[in-house]
Design a protein around this ligand. Sequence first.
Ligand code: B12
Ligand code: SF4
Ligand code: SF4
Length: 334
Amino acid sequence: MNLTKAIKRKAIELGFDLVGITGAEPIEAGEIEYIKNWLAAGRAAGMSYMHRNFAKRTNPARILPGAKSVICVGLNYKPPPVKNPPDDNSTDYGRIANYALWEDYHPFMKKRLRALARFMNDLVGASNFTFKICVDSAPLAERALAQRAGLGFIGTNHMLINPRLGLQIFLGEIITNIELDHDSPMTNHCPDCNKCIRACPTGALGSAGTFDANKCISYLTIEHKQDIASDLAAKIGNRLFGCDECVLACPYDLNAPPCANTQLRFFPEYMRIQPGRVLAWQQTQFDRLFADSSVKRLGLERLKRNSKICLANSGTGQGARKISSSSQGTSKPE
Ligand code: B12
Ligand code: SF4
Ligand code: SF4
């Protein structure tokens, strides 16, 4: 078996759902231009890190000198069916975006990509092999590279979509100096039905397919550090952390299978978090509940900010009331 085939087989054995390989050359000129204009227009909002390392973000060889190939992997995170799930518009429970109902995918994927790198090292020999593992936080245009590696196409909602597995897919990469066979980019199969645009509660996805993080609920509830302007807060509804509307509205999500990786831990209890209870939580309760979760990085204070918004939107008005920080809460979501 040749090296490329062996690496791909190992990636699937390690639990990834998708694997494809592309060259390490810069992403397309049109995409570079797009990111440049997007940043210049202020559409990255307060994500100052998006303005740094532009050369690396658009060119994998700036992350790993001498890079020849990028191995792109995808991991399906569509949740399994859950018994009696809370209503999407529940006023009792806050919503956590699907990707965060699982254990934090960053260490999960990095560990398996390290195993893949060790496998490659054994095949090619340490003296010839250099590599860099990336999952989300590295300055790298992951969706553009995944598209080029044949994992999927980029839809109007800006998500990487695989026709078989849908769009609830985490992305990760190994950039390496090893020459491997490259896959063909996937052509675009987005029918421009615009269901994603219509589903977006705030207009963050514009009619021309533009994306403005300033208005995006995912940005506001996860990344934004300050208070949230009241006109946008009113549109956040019951979303405690992240937003999935432009993903769930997409026809490609309808028949996509749920995650098949039994090692990725799912936390259905995150679907039953009561914003009113969160306001009374102590730090230790937050730390315990979210120890292995992406929510941990948000911190308790911002989760409380989001909870107040959910409460105000539910009409209970509790969010506006002063709740003593010394009042006792519960360590379990209810
Ligand atoms: C910053 C960021 C965010 C920001 C900004 C989102 C955004 N659209 O840029 C916020 C916090 C809002 C966010 C939200 C979410 N994110 Co996010 N995010 C990122 C991050 C770190 C960088 C993305 C980026 O480069 N943005 C810059 C803009 C300019 O990129 P873009 O809009 O996608 O445009 C690119 C292409 O789409 C293309 N393009 C788009 N339009 C056009 C038009 C033309 C004419 C051309 C030529 C090109 C072009 O060119 C651009 C260059 O690549 C990546 C990880 C990474 N390192 O890549 C994860 C990532 C994109 N996020 C991810 C996820 C899961 C989400 C959420 C679903 C989470 C949630 N449920 O709340 C939402 C989805 C929101 C959405 N519709 O995009 C996954 C996406 C997986 C997938 N299947 O696509 C990633 C890849 C993380 C990962 N490793 O799995 N995210
Ligand atoms: S994540 Fe939500 S707010 Fe952001 S673009 Fe998608 S639907 Fe709109
Ligand atoms: S909802 Fe329609 S327009 Fe939007 S990404 Fe999916 S297929 Fe494309």
